[in-house]
Design a protein around this ligand. Structure first.
Ligand SMILES: Nc1ncnc2c1ncn2[C@@H]1O[C@H](COP(=O)(O)OP(=O)(O)OP(=O)(O)O)[C@@H](O)[C@H]1O
Length: 240
């Protein structure tokens, strides 16, 4: 199996219908209707505590909604998620990847070559033998992306993957996100970085106070934001 040649078929549309999330009487996500379709790059923006991660975890299936339902138009596609702080095994970078391939039942004889290929693609070939947990933040993030790459996901969720990284590492992660996009993966990603959203997003989903206030094409969002909160956020005046 040569991973680079696989293009996901048309990706099932995902609908969140009246999805809400409550915890101990707190309404953390108010009833929300959102759809994700095609292989768009959707960047979820909004101030701290707006509910961005919650929405993404609900969409990915890591959290169960308190109400409403999530529906796929067609078979649910393969999904992967990359977190702000990747959880890596206490093994070498290479072994973190061969492990994923073993779980996927890739024949043993093919695992090393595929893992090395992914390390190479994400600029980590020289670090193959290094313990994953001593890699720098940016290297760990790229390893998490390489691991996701091996799953060949149709939908990739990323929760603030660049928030703790320097500019060069941010660029490396953004290049990786674009590599996924170019192979036809739907991207759903949270960020606080307005410049990053301008660079990466096809559309922006803006949240505030547990509500989705807007889901617009990127240019539209920045030129004519649909709410006073979004305008204030773009001006850097909306703190929470
Ligand atoms: N699993 C959970 N159980 C209970 N409360 C939660 C859970 N996840 C998030 N929350 C709460 O929900 C609110 C929204 O959290 P969320 O992490 O979605 O915000 P966010 O928009 O991603 O913020 P930030 O930009 O600071 O990461 C917060 O008040 C948080 O404490």
């Amino acid at each position: 199996m040569k991973i680079e040649t696989i293009m996901p078929a048309d990706i099932a549309r995902q609908h969140l219908h009246q999805v809400r999330f409550e915890h101990r009487g707190h309404h953390l996500l108010l009833p929300t209707n959102v759809s994700f379709s095609g292989c768009r790059r959707t960047l979820i923006m909004g101030p701290n505590g707006a509910g961005k991660s919650l929405l993404m975890r609900l969409a990915h299936g890591l959290l169960r909604p308190s109400g409403g339902h999530i529906r796929w138009e067609g078979a649910p596609p393969v999904q992967a998620m990359v977190f702000q702080r990747p959880v890596l095994l206490r093994r070498s970078a290479l072994d973190n990847l061969t492990y994923v391939l073993a779980v996927q039942r890739v024949p043993r004889a093919q695992r090393k070559a595929q893992a090395l290929n992914a390390l190479e693609r994400f600029g980590l070939a020289a670090l193959a033998k290094r313990p994953a947990r001593v890699l720098s933040g940016g290297e760990q993030q790229r390893l998490a992306l390489a691991r996701a790459w091996l799953l060949n996901p149709s939908v990739l969720f990323l929760d603030e993957p660049t928030s703790a990284l320097d500019p060069a590492a941010i660029k490396a992660v953004e290049d990786a996100v674009n590599a996924f996009h170019q192979q036809g993966t739907r991207i759903i990603m949270t960020t606080h970085d307005l410049h990053q959203a301008r660079r990466l997003a096809d559309e922006v989903l803006f949240m505030h106070g547990g509500q989705v206030l807007e889901q617009s094409p990127t240019e539209h969002f920045f030129e004519a934001p649909g709410s006073p909160q979004a305008s204030a956020f773009i001006r850097g005046e909306l703190v929470w």
